[in-house]
Design a protein around this ligand. Sequence first.
Ligand code: KG4
Ligand code: ZN
Length: 341
Amino acid sequence: MNRILGIETSCDETAVAIVNGDGEVLTTEISLVSSQIDVFKEIGGVVPEVAAREHMERLLALLERVVPRDGEGIDAIAVTSGPGLAPALRVGVEVAKMLAWSWKKPLYPVSHLEGHIYSNWLDKESVPAFPALCLLVSGGHTELVLMKGHGDFQKLGETLDDAAGEAFDKVASMLDLPYPGGPAISALAKEGDIKAFDFPRGLLDRDDYNFSFSGLKTSVLYTLRDREGELDDDQFRKNISASFQEAVVDVLAKKTERAANVFKPASLMLTGGVAANESLRERFFELAQRFNIPLFIPDREYTTDNAAMIAAVGYMHVHAGKNSADPKEVVADSNLSFYGT
Ligand code: KG4
Ligand code: ZN
């Protein structure tokens, strides 16, 4: 039971992968991602029903490139069953159910967020030691998680409003930058002054591990409104980007540091689409050094949505002796939680 097929359709990336496991070491045999970014670039966000239609068109074509029609050589199937956009999730879940049923292979519904965490086990020479402190930052989620063992997760905190990636996307849209906004903002920020604007650091004075980015977003909006005449000034845009990015990164790093002081983790993890951010990565390298613990960040192709991370969770379920699901009972759950299991 070592060769796992992963299927992911929770948002705007259709993805299929095969992962091979040997003990705790996971090797990606193949990982294909068909991104719908071009479809949603114009709109500036994802439309669930449109994403679902795109998944339908793309998923079978990807599967055809990865597995034989009879599923030979595949030991189990793992599919993202949540959280995510319900119509999009349903496409992957229904296809996976049919495959499991017709191939007579075990099916494991898995959490997309657990997938982001397990992307740190893919193609690595060493794996995170427990307890591991993990910051999961994507377009839909911002969560600080204490992983005490395999499948044993405690949520320490989460965003009370926008996700970090969402904040990047919204500020990018205010600056008329393309979607997704993270890469565009971070490119501008490189040549900007982080001290040009003193943007608010949400909830930093509160003694918990929750985040809030809506005040920051509003503050950027008001600054742009007050100084509308400068919107075409390159340096102004770079300074806004740099100061905004610094405010996000600062809060993420300081809250993680606070948790590290309390929970004394044996390793640190950064994962999700925003983990591609250079400035955030740098702050995490410093943090890991200060606490003298190893830092794990997935390889770039696994920071954003992919199916290898989903296959990785499926493998871990198999490895832990978990029962597979009855395909008839597997459903997409847009609010699926992976805590407290
Ligand atoms: O994990 P992901 O691919 O999708 C979700 O599950 O949400 O994350 C996508 C998010 C987007 O909001 C995008 O703007 C952000 O990750 N992102 C970045 C960077 N690259 C991608 N944010 C900041 N800096 C980046 N370099
Ligand atoms: Zn994701």
